[in-house]
Design a protein around this ligand. Structure first.
Ligand code: PLP
Length: 425
């Protein structure tokens, strides 16, 4: 593994490995000192439309293309403060002024979370406090209006209760929750937003990759970078995503890979293989390998140095693996050269991506532009791979098969009559 000291050129800002802890960093401190103004869940005004029985076969629905009957919205104007928060029909949409800053300067941030129907019949969220904190940090980075993330979480739970009947009943299926916030200020000036809109939509979804838990290959992009030292790679801001579409489409066209794995040059242009592995367009990545000195196995993911999104799934995987105690877990840089060598020596056991949308996605090869493949053979039938073990551990918590503080119920009422996880649901 490349030692952090050898990466000084990168001038990477070291943040804590834990999203919660990262809020205590100096950058974060300056971002969290807001005005104290907020909307309150107790004030939510509801305009409810009746649930329309849907005969949606989620297997046919692309990710994020169906929405529930309602959305949550609140608007803030400088001077007037927050207006009354609302849960209103999704069909009313959201109107923005043609000069709204979000349309011109991408002043927006968002979150991605999932609500699951637990085996106990209760709707559940997975570590929602971490998403709320990350959203808050992203929004403060963009100088959007201040609010209380705990209040946003309560508003989200209320929206989920309103649209509870949309919660899919089949394992692997869930309600994707998309909180987002943007500058709705009517001004073409590139300046501090004086008007902010915060909203949440819900979308019933199935597995993110149509291949499910079977492995995919990723294109290892050594040309484009997703994030850079001093940038906003650790925030979930819209501007981190728009530029990733082109490299992703090119890679898909040329190699058939659904996502790109980004790398970050260390400064040594004479040695392109000294670039470090970063993350994918929408997933953090883990590498499970036999250590070169024969002293055991290690699960490695890049450190939270400001260029990596502090994923909730990433954090959960690190915590679970550390608690298991049978493997070395480290947040460390891996160069292309090291990865290639591990693969050639048969030491690269597994690569997997992780994120709310896919949970854990096995990756059996990284395709380079020169045609070379860094292979990590994956046995999809084995129950004992790190990928399978981690998927089970996470989904057991998400669906409440195993009790955990990470699984947070948003309703008390069990739906008794429903047959959970019907095979044909
Ligand atoms: C760039 C990026 N990395 C990683 C992740 C995974 O984060 P999480 O586990 O919080 O969904 C996401 C998805 O949100 C992402 O967009």
């Amino acid at each position: 593994m490349l030692r952090t000291s050898t990466l000084r050129l990168l001038r990477l800002k070291q943040c804590s490995s834990h999203p919660t802890d990262s809020l205590t960093g100096s950058l974060c401190r300056s971002l969290t000192s807001g005005s104290g103004d907020t909307f309150h869940h107790a004030d939510v005004q509801k305009n409810i439309v009746p649930f329309q029985e849907q005969n949606v076969d989620l297997e046919d629905v692309k990710f994020g293309q169906r929405f529930t009957d309602h959305l949550f919205i609140a608007e803030h104007t400088e001077g007037a403060g927050w207006g009354r928060p609302q849960i209103r029909p999704f069909s009313q949409g959201i109107t923005v002024h043609p000069a709204a800053q979000v349309l011109h300067y991408g002043m927006c941030c968002f979150e991605g979370m999932k609500a699951y129907l637990g085996v106990d019949g209760r709707g559940r969220l997975f570590r929602p406090d971490l998403n709320m904190q990350r959203m808050y940090r992203s929004s403060r980075r963009l100088m959007l209006a201040d609010y209380d993330p705990d209040e946003l979480l309560e508003c989200l739970k209320e929206l989920l209760r309103v649209d509870r009947q949309w919660l899919p009943e089949r394992e692997g299926y869930s309600l994707y929750v998309r909180p987002f916030m943007f500058s709705s200020a009517h001004s073409l000036g590139v300046g501090r937003p004086t008007r902010s809109t915060i909203a949440i939509t819900l979308s019933p979804v199935g597995p993110y990759f149509s291949t499910g838990l079977t492995p995919i290959q990723l294109f290892l992009d050594e040309e484009h970078v997703r994030a850079w030292p001093g940038g906003v790679g650790d925030c979930k801001v819209g501007s981190n995503y728009a530029p990733t579409i082109l490299p992703q489409s090119h890679a898909f066209k040329k190699y058939g890979t659904p996502q790109v794995l980004y790398t970050l040059p260390t400064g040594d242009r004479s040695d392109p293989e000294s670039s470090v592995i970063s993350e994918s367009g929408a997933m953090n990545c883990f590498f499970f390998l036999d250590k070169a000195d024969g002293s055991g196995q290690a699960l490695i993911t890049p450190p939270l140095d400001g260029t990596i999104l502090p994923g909730v799934t990433r954090d959960s995987i690190l915590a679970l693996a550390r608690a298991w105690g049978d493997i070395e877990v480290s947040e460390a840089y891996l160069t292309i050269k090291e990865l290639k060598q591990a693969s050639q020596e048969g030491r690269l056991r597994e690569i997997f991506g992780c994120g709310t949308a896919c949970i854990v996605q096995p990756i059996n090869g990284l395709i380079r532009a020169n045609g070379e493949i860094i292979a990590a053979p994956f046995d999809a039938d084995s129950e004992t791979t790190m990928t399978a073990r981690m998927t089970r551990a996470l989904t057991d918590i998400q669906y409440a098969r195993v009790p955990s503080d990470w699984s947070v119920p948003f309703d008390d009422a069990k739906i008794e009559q429903k047959e959970l996880f019907r095979a044909e649901a």
